[in-house]
Write a protein that binds this ligand. Structure first.
Ligand SMILES: CC(C)(COP(=O)(O)OP(=O)(O)OC[C@H]1O[C@@H](n2cnc3c(N)ncnc32)[C@H](O)[C@@H]1OP(=O)(O)O)[C@@H](O)C(=O)NCCC(=O)NCCSC(=O)C[C@H](O)C(=O)O
Ligand SMILES: [Mg+2]
Length: 291
């Protein structure tokens, strides 16, 4: 498993790029990653100033272990090219590109970043949030050299579908599944979309659990109060860690004795379970010392 895949991204917090207070506050929040936003959270008249603020924040080195990314305005907007240039110069961990709906968009973004001298460590995260992106998710996920993460944009997707936001997200399940299949086929990380009702902690936690059960690596967030519950839901539990150790030990012992299968607590264990147990332990190890 590559470092890009193993890096914890349980909680990924958006913050408006024009909001100095939020940019400052994020330095003390236990989010695994931050998306400094130039797109939806910034009014047109504030775009230029937000671009400068965000570039300075990303280049500051003041966010500790947190992965720092910049969300640029989408392809086809008047701000896109300037945002990419500023992001390339700032050299964040990643550039988040909204409304990516083709492999060509990923390649165009990468070419622009190269031309602007982006450092090698700056990855591309593609937001998939349109019907076309759902239907072409496979090609998007496989495109480019820098692409490491897909990010669900469930607000835009619901809007495009004329769907309603309902508990359980039935109208979005096809899109979520297509994007997940595409991400996993290409060995990419995938993050779930945001939960808008910041005053509904029960609904938020239920959606985190649903995202984890689906297989998402983490969830994108809009408010500091969502960080702690999200970290808890997406981290391996004490029971999962203990069980993973037990599986690996039992399988190692069986292998030494020349047996290919073994049972743990009455359940059949094969090599695929061992691989999953190793993934869980690697994530737990990567999270050591984090809230
Ligand atoms: C949703 C909010 C507008 C709420 O703001 P506010 O009413 O100010 O919240 P609070 O008073 O409860 O804030 C308490 C303190 O926390 C700080 N704060 C608030 N939000 C953030 C944040 N996101 N990051 C960091 N810090 C934050 C406040 O400054 C207060 O600090 P202090 O005064 O020191 O106590 C607001 O939360 C917000 O703007 N959230 C982000 C919205 C956003 O980024 N939206 C765009 C991304 S979502 C999206 O586009 C998804 C995708 O594209 C799709 O299609 O689905
Ligand atoms: Mg969106």
């Amino acid at each position: 498993m590559s470092d890009a895949i193993l890096r914890p991204r349980r909680s990924v917090l958006y913050m408006p790029g024009a909001n100095e207070r939020a940019l400052e506050k994020a330095k003390s929040l236990p989010a695994d990653a931050l998306i400094l936003d130039l797109e939806d959270a910034v009014a047109p008249e504030a775009k230029a100033e937000a671009r400068m603020r965000v570039a300075a924040a990303a280049a500051s080195g003041e966010y500790g272990y947190r992965e720092v990314t910049i969300r640029v305005n989408g392809p086809g907007t008047e701000w896109h090219a300037d945002d990419l240039r500023a992001a390339a110069e700032a050299g964040p961990d990643a550039v988040v590109v909204p409304k990516v709906d083709s492999a060509q968009t990923v390649r165009d973004v990468e070419r622009a970043l190269e031309a602007a001298g982006a450092p090698d460590h700056t990855a591309v995260w593609a937001m998939v949030e349109t019907p076309r992106a759902m239907l072409d998710a496979r090609a998007v996920a496989a495109a480019g050299e820098r692409l490491t993460v897909l990010v669900m944009g469930t607000n835009d997707l619901a809007k495009e579908l004329h769907a309603e936001h309902v508990p359980g997200r039935a109208p979005l399940l096809t899109g979520l599944s297509l994007a997940l299949l595409a991400a996993r086929e290409s060995g990419k990380v995938i993050l779930d979309g945001v939960y808008n009702d910041v005053k509904n902690p029960e609904g938020f936690e239920a959606e985190c659990v649903q995202g984890r059960q689906f297989g998402f690596d983490g969830k994108t967030l809009i408010h500091p109060s969502q960080v702690e519950p999200c970290n808890r839901v997406f981290a391996p539990s004490t029971e999962q860690i203990a069980r993973s150790r037990k599986i690996i030990d039992a399988f190692d012992e069986a292998t030494r004795e020349g047996r290919g299968v073994v049972t743990v607590d009455g359940r059949l264990i094969e090599n695929l379970h061992v691989e999953d147990a190793r993934r869980i332990l690697a994530l737990a190890e990567a999270l050591a010392g984090r809230a």
